[in-house]
Design a binder for this molecule. Sequence first.
Ligand code: MG
Length: 366
Amino acid sequence: MKRKISIIGSTGSIGTQALEVIEKLRDKFEIIALAGGHNKELLAKQAEKFKPRYNCLGEEGLEKICSDKENDIILVACSGKIGLKPTLTAIRNGIDIALANKETLVMAGDIVMAEAEKYGVNIIPVDSEHCAIHQCIKDINQVDKLIITASGGPFLKKSVEDMKNATVEQALAHPRWNMGKKITVDSATLMNKGLEIIEAHHLFGFDYDNIDVVVHPQSIVHSAIEYKDGSVIAQIGLPSMHIPIQYAITYPERFEGIKSKSFSFSEIARLDFEKPDYEKFPTLKLAYEMGKLGGTATVCLNAANEEAVFAFLDGKIKLYDIYKITKKMCDEHKVIKNPTIDEIMAVDKEVREQTQQFINLNFVLK
Ligand code: MG
């Protein structure tokens, strides 16, 4: 029987790669719906090629797709907070989720995971690190620690001074992964890793003290877990997003699909690991702190960071200002414990407005 799937964010980086996977596994999938972001032409091309039952552009239609119980699984691959409410709708309709959208768990992880449990829904992570952990875990109760790897981004070997004066081009030159602009800047500051530890906390139910980050420039070890007896299981492979996407949408089965070239230990020859430098990458420390605070602290972290990243991409601020601005907004934030979705959305909006205001007053007009 074919697995019925819809893709939210089909025209984005993850969405297009998911369709490449599905193209290789045409006999395994039937596409119910495709939802694109802004790229009307690409969506039309995809619709013609993959013949979904329906498709939509933008935010409208996401609720319809996510309440369509015909779906066995929905790949949530859009970026930003627009993924949150439709994902909850899908969960409440008993539809499994392949999750690539970070905001869903960073903003509302407590609610999303509780609903998934209540409705007996699988949430299978697409992000390479969480996908790796998902693959390693056999019995979660026996696991002591999660070890998330970070490539370290383009500034790993650069000085703090170099980083302070970094241009947009330098920040966007990620050595290992080809991704969207926002996530690439987040990878340069290690905020991306910060958001990933928050996601891991929710996905796997681990305390922040039991989630470690290790810098691993080659991006071969995608993450690892340590069992109570000290045994470490790591998932390794060549860096490719096709593999975790395929894993998530075909889980628990595995197919050849888009197989990466066979792995050769001798060709790789060496793997390096080092501790993250919290002085150079203070955003990672900030993410741990806000994660531990919980409630709306991570909503504030995410919203302030995103607005600051946009300002950096617009040339309004320097790379290091992203941290300063995010930290200031987090320091001033009054955390709501156990917020509702409406409260989460309100905090998100408020923090974004405050961040923009702060940037306009302190940076742009200088
Ligand atoms: Mg990742």
